[in-house]
Write a protein that binds this ligand. Structure first.
Ligand code: FNR
Length: 372
C-alpha cells in the first residue's frame, strides 16, 4: 500500500472512530473544588504561556495529523488557515513521507505558506537521521520539531516498525543536532514518568504526553489489518489525565493532548501541570464537517471560554491554574494511589501549606482566643 493511501486511511478511520466514540474519558474524574469568592476580573486574565524557550499567546495548539497525499495536503492548507486566523500553534503530520519522496513537499509546505508568521512544528519519527530532521525543519521553516514515539501504533500496523531499541539514542542525536526546541510526543497511548525522565536525560526540551482517551491508533491500525486480530490493544496505555498526574515534578515541561473535548478539559490539563494543550481528532472533525470557518469559530470560542474559566477560578495566567484545588475521583484515584501521587495535597493546595482555609481560620481563632 502506498504511503499516500495510508495517510488517507488514517483520516477516514480517525473520523469514523470519533463519530462512534462515547465521549467519556478519564478527564471526567478530575474536578475543581469550587470556591465562591475566588473569582477575579476578566481584563486581568492572560492566556499567554511559555515553556522550554517557547512563548505562545494561547495555551492551545492544533496537534500533529497529516500530509503526504493530495487530500491531506488540502487538509493541511485548511488547518494552517485556521491556525493563522485563530492565532494558535500548529504541527505537521509525520514528514517521513516527504523525506522518502520529496514530490509530496507541497502537501506539508502549505502549513507555512498559508501561515507565514505562525508557530509551526515539524513532525518526524524516532528513526529519522539528523540530516533528514534538518530537512523537515527547513521545509516548514519550523519553530520547533516534534518527534513521535508510537510503539503501540507500530505493533498492530501491518507494515509497522518492529525494532524499537535504537529510538532513545536517535532522539538524543536529533536533539543535539537541530537548533530548534525538540518536543517528543506520544500519539495517544501516553508518556509515563519514567519515559519523561529519560527524555530529559536525552536532551529533549519538552514532552507532549498525548495520552489515551481520544484518537486510538492501535484501533486504527488494527482496522487496517485483514484479520483485525489485535483488538485487545484497543485503549492501550495511560489516559492524558493519568499521565499529567504521573509526570508532575519530573523536571521537564509537559504538554497535554489526547482526548481533550472542550475548554474544561483544557483548564483541567493546565491545572494538572500542562503548559499548553493540543487537539487533533476533534479539530479535524470540525474541519471536515463545517470547513475552516467552523474550526476558527471553535478555536476562538474555546479560548474565550478558557479565559472565562480562569476568571471564575481566580487564575490570572494558565500557570496560575496549578494553584487551584483539584479532586481526583474513581479509577484515576486508584492510579494515583498505586503511582504514589498525593491526591490530598492536590485537593488543598490553594493554601500555602496545603492546609484548608478552614484549618487556617481555626488556627487564627486559636491564636486570638476567639471562638466560632
Ligand atoms: C494523528 N496523530 C499523529 N501524531 C504524530 O505525531 N504524527 C502523525 O503523523 C500523526 N497522524 C495523525 C493523523 C490523524 C488523522 C490523527 C487524528 C492524529 C496523533 C495526534 O497528534 C494525537 O497525538 C492523537 O490523535 C491524540 O489526540 P486527539 O486526536 O485525541 O486530540
Amino acid at each position: 500500500m502506498s504511503s499516500a493511501q495510508r495517510k488517507d486511511d488514517h483520516v477516514r478511520l480517525a473520523m469514523e472512530q470519533h463519530r462512534a466514540h462515547s465521549g467519556l474519558n478519564q478527564f471526567d474524574e478530575v474536578s475543581f473544588v469550587h470556591h465562591a469568592l475566588a473569582g477575579i476580573d476578566r481584563p486581568d486574565v492572560s492566556l499567554a504561556t511559555s515553556f522550554g524557550g517557547i512563548q505562545w499567546q494561547a495555551p492551545l495548539y492544533i496537534n500533529a495529523m497529516t500530509g503526504g497525499s493530495a487530500k491531506t495536503g488540502a487538509i493541511n492548507r485548511d488547518l494552517a488557515t485556521a491556525a493563522r486566523e485563530s492565532g494558535v500553534a500548529i504541527a505537521s503530520g509525520s514528514m517521513n513521507a516527504y523525506l522518502k519522496d520529496p514530490s509530496c513537499a507541497d502537501t506539508f509546505r502549505v502549513l507555512r505558506t498559508h501561515n507565514p508568521d505562525g508557530f509551526v512544528m515539524a513532525n518526524i519519527n524516532a528513526t529519522t537521521s539528523v540530516d533528514n530532521a534538518l530537512r523537515a525543519v527547513d521545509l516548514l521553516r519550523a519553530d520547533a520539531l516534534q518527534i513521535h514515539v508510537n510503539t503501540a501504533q507500530e505493533t498492530p500496523m501491518p507494515e509497522g516498525d518492529r525494532s524499537f531499541a535504537a529510538w532513545a539514542g536517535q532522539i538524543e542525536k536529533i536533539a543535539a543536532g537541530v537548533d530548534v526546541p525538540v518536543i517528543v510526543k506520544e500519539v495517544g497511548n501516553g508518556l509515563s514518568r519514567q519515559s519523561v525522565l529519560l527524555l530529559k536525560d536525552l536532551g529533549v526540551r519538552v514532552a507532549d504526553l498525548a495520552g489515551r482517551g481520544g484518537t486510538d491508533f492501535a484501533r486504527i491500525e488494527n482496522g487496517r489489518r485483514e484479520l483485525a486480530d489485535y483488538a485487545y490493544l484497543h485503549g492501550w496505555g495511560q489516559s492524558t489525565a493519568a499521565c499529567l498526574l504521573d509526570c508532575r515534578g519530573a523536571g521537564l515541561p509537559v504538554l497535554a493532548s489526547g482526548g481533550v473535548r472542550h475548554p474544561l478539559d483544557v483548564a483541567r490539563s493546565l491545572a494538572l501541570g500542562a503548559r499548553a494543550v493540543g487537539v487533533s481528532g476533534g479539530f479535524l472533525r470540525t474541519l471536515m464537517d463545517g470547513g475552516v470557518a467552523a474550526l476558527v469559530t471553535q478555536i476562538t470560542t474555546w479560548l474565550d471560554q478558557l479565559a472565562a474559566l480562569q476568571t471564575m477560578l481566580g487564575a490570572r495566567t494558565p500557570a496560575d491554574l496549578t494553584r487551584c484545588d483539584l479532586l481526583i475521583h474513581g479509577s484515576l484515584r486508584d492510579f494515583c494511589a498505586d503511582r504514589g501521587v498525593d491526591t490530598g495535597r492536590l485537593a488543598r493546595r490553594s493554601t500555602a501549606n496545603g492546609s484548608t482555609a478552614t484549618d487556617s481560620i481555626d488556627a487564627l481563632h486559636e491564636m486570638t482566643g476567639s471562638t466560632r
